[in-house]
Design a protein around this ligand. Structure first.
Ligand SMILES: [Zn+2]
Length: 249
């Protein structure tokens, strides 16, 4: 008997998922659109209901569609986000495979460049938006969720202004990870991000000063990094104590 190579059978559902994904990626389906029904997909692809369902599930897991129940239920296309990536990062953090210093280091590298570009590309509309964000940041903090929400805005908007969508996606993903880590680790704190930290950055961007904006953002990233690292140290210690028993409880 000659030696044959085994043939890898591509699963039918993977093929269905791949074709649907392609049509989403090229814009044949847009965010908010509903995919054809299971029955229609079965007929179109000439495959079983099981294969269609599996394909839809994998698209859902990959963050391309969401399943809605009810009369107008079905698989709806959602805006592609980095939520999945953020979740994966959070798992890696919880498993101690990504540390806060590593996260902060990446932010310190990326965000000054984002601020620099934002100062170059700033428009009047965004000047107004940024000024409004600074006002919101000065209001009293109601809860940790509220604090995170408000303090994330400036970073997100600067990323929008910077004009590079890959950088924007990276920043937004990094913000999500930061947020998830804080919520997971420090839910009893009211504020993690002191007010006023963004003022020098935002002011430099509004004034169209790229070098100053980058410098100010670098300082902010380093300062906030210190806060995050102190938080992580306390967290890992606490988790460590839990494992050792409750003699300190
Ligand atoms: Zn900040």
């Amino acid at each position: 008997m000659p030696k044959f190579r085994p043939i890898k059978q591509t699963r039918v559902s993977e093929e269905v998922a791949e074709q649907l994904k392609q049509s989403i990626l090229v814009g044949e389906f847009r965010a908010g659109d509903k995919l054809p029904s299971e029955r229609e997909l079965m007929e179109e692809f000439q495959v079983s209901r099981v294969a269609v369902r599996e394909a839809l599930r994998s698209l859902e897991n990959a963050g391309f569609v969401e399943t809605r129940q009810g009369a107008s239920g079905g698989a709806y296309i959602i805006e592609l986000t980095f939520e999945n990536l953020a979740n994966a990062f959070l798992d890696l953090f919880l498993a101690d495979k990504i540390s806060i210093p590593e996260l902060c280091n990446v932010r310190t590298l990326i965000e000054p460049e984002v601020a620099r570009l934002a100062a170059i590309n700033i428009t009047d509309e965004y000047r107004k938006k940024l000024a409004h964000i600074l006002e919101l940041e000065d209001l009293p903090v109601k809860s940790l969720a509220d604090d995170i929400e408000t303090k994330t805005m400036a970073h997100g908007v600067l990323a929008e202004i910077c004009g590079n969508r890959f950088l924007e996606a990276l920043v937004k993903s990094l913000m999500r990870v930061t947020r998830k880590v804080i919520e997971e680790v420090n839910p009893n704190t009211l504020s993690m991000h002191p007010a006023g930290m963004h003022r020098p950055v935002v002011q430099a961007v509004i004034n169209g000063k790229p070098v100053e904006a980058a410098q100010a953002m670098r300082i902010h990233a380093l300062e906030f990094g210190e806060i995050m690292m102190a938080m992580e140290e306390a967290y890992r210690k606490e988790v460590g104590l839990d494992i050792c028993g409750d003699e300190n409880a």
